[in-house]
Ligand binder design. Structure first.
Ligand code: SI3
Length: 316
């Protein structure tokens, strides 16, 4: 009874996340240390140049699982500190292989004024079923009970093939702070089931496969979290506006162009390393190399993709 009341209370008071959320890159210096001095200009770039005011920190794009707990804390704190008065939402990804590390990060996120936390499934020892994963998320949430929790579904990288809709089923009964899902899978049926379950609960469903966002908008997602919104935010906002205004033909045209960029990038081996270098090329921010096991990418590759993006932005 108390659980139900708390759940309803948080769902009513937490603002849904809508629009675009940039999954941030982690700036590293040439010698591989985190470079916090880039965070403040990074925020200005997102807000002023891309019109993006929500961030997802220490996720896949941010190489969160390659960072130490202490580095993750420092990054989260810097994003919250410099984002004050500029960013609307700082969601901190706290997923780790160790429950204890995730709990420590969740507790820390609450202490620095983050707006929410998100957790991916552990992927070495994988949860055997949805109950096990819900229990893991519950134990993490318990370390930050006042913060909205979003389940991060990314089967392509975790290898955890549980359907997200199964994970969501009844989760509010065990996690009062549960507020939605960041869905980075390709299965539109499962995504639709998540939207259908989340809508009456006022939860947020955020899509994470940027190149097929339009399909997810049709299914009713509230917003999107992605790497490319760091440098293509303005353009993708046009897709969302066209869709919201019922101009489906324009939305499709723009989404197709966006797909063309990603197809080109993929032909050059698009991964987090290349993506990071593309962001450096487009934004001018010194994001540095990725951390091993990712290998630095050839600058010429990133420059070719950045040129394609510029051509696109200029309407070629
Ligand atoms: C697997 C992966 O990295 N997916 C990206 C996408 O934004 C992806 O880069 C984009 O769709 C291009 O393929 C995001 O879903 C990742 C993300 O949100 C994160 O960094 O946590």
């Amino acid at each position: 009874m108390l659980t139900e009341r708390l759940s309803t209370d948080m769902s009513q008071s937490v603002k849904k996340i809508t629009g675009l959320v940039a999954a941030t890159f982690t700036p590293l210096s040439e010698d591989g240390e985190i470079n916090l001095s880039v965070i403040a200009p990074y925020i200005d770039y997102l807000v002023d140049k891309q019109g993006v005011k929500c961030v997802f920190v220490n996720g896949t794009t941010g190489e969160g699982c390659s960072l130490t707990v202490d580095e993750r804390k420092q990054l989260a704190a810097a994003w919250c500190h410099h984002g004050k008065g500029k960013l609307e939402q700082v969601i901190v990804h706290v997923g780790c292989l160790s429950l204890k590390d995730s709990q420590e990060l969740a507790h820390h996120a609450a202490s620095i004024g983050a707006n929410g936390i998100s957790v991916i499934s552990p992927s070495y020892f994988k949860p055997m079923n949805a109950d096990a994963l819900r229990l893991f998320i519950k134990e993490v949430s318990a370390s930050a009970p006042g913060l909205p929790m979003y389940y991060y579904h990314l089967p392509g990288l975790t290898g955890v093939t549980l359907e997200a809709a199964d994970v969501l089923d009844g989760i509010e009964k065990v996690i009062p702070s549960f507020q939605g899902v960041k869905y980075s899978g390709m299965d539109l049926r499962d995504l639709g089931q998540c939207v259908s379950y989340s809508q009456p609960r006022n939860w947020s469903v955020l899509y994470g496969v940027d190149e097929q966002l339009l399909a997810a908008l049709v299914l009713g997602v509230d917003g999107a979290v992605g790497s490319t919104y760091n440098y293509l935010g303005r353009m993708v906002k046009q897709i969302i506006s066209a869709f919201d205004n019922g101009n489906h033909s324009q939305a499709r045209t723009l989404q197709f162009k966006f797909m063309e960029i990603i197809t080109f990038a993929r032909s050059l081996g698009f991964d987090v390393s290349v993506n990071k270098q593309v962001m450096s090329e487009v934004s001018g921010l010194p994001l540095g190399p990725p951390r091993l096991p990712l290998l630095p990418c050839l600058v010429s590759k990133a420059q070719a993709i950045a040129q394609k993006i510029r051509d696109f932005s200029q309407g070629h």
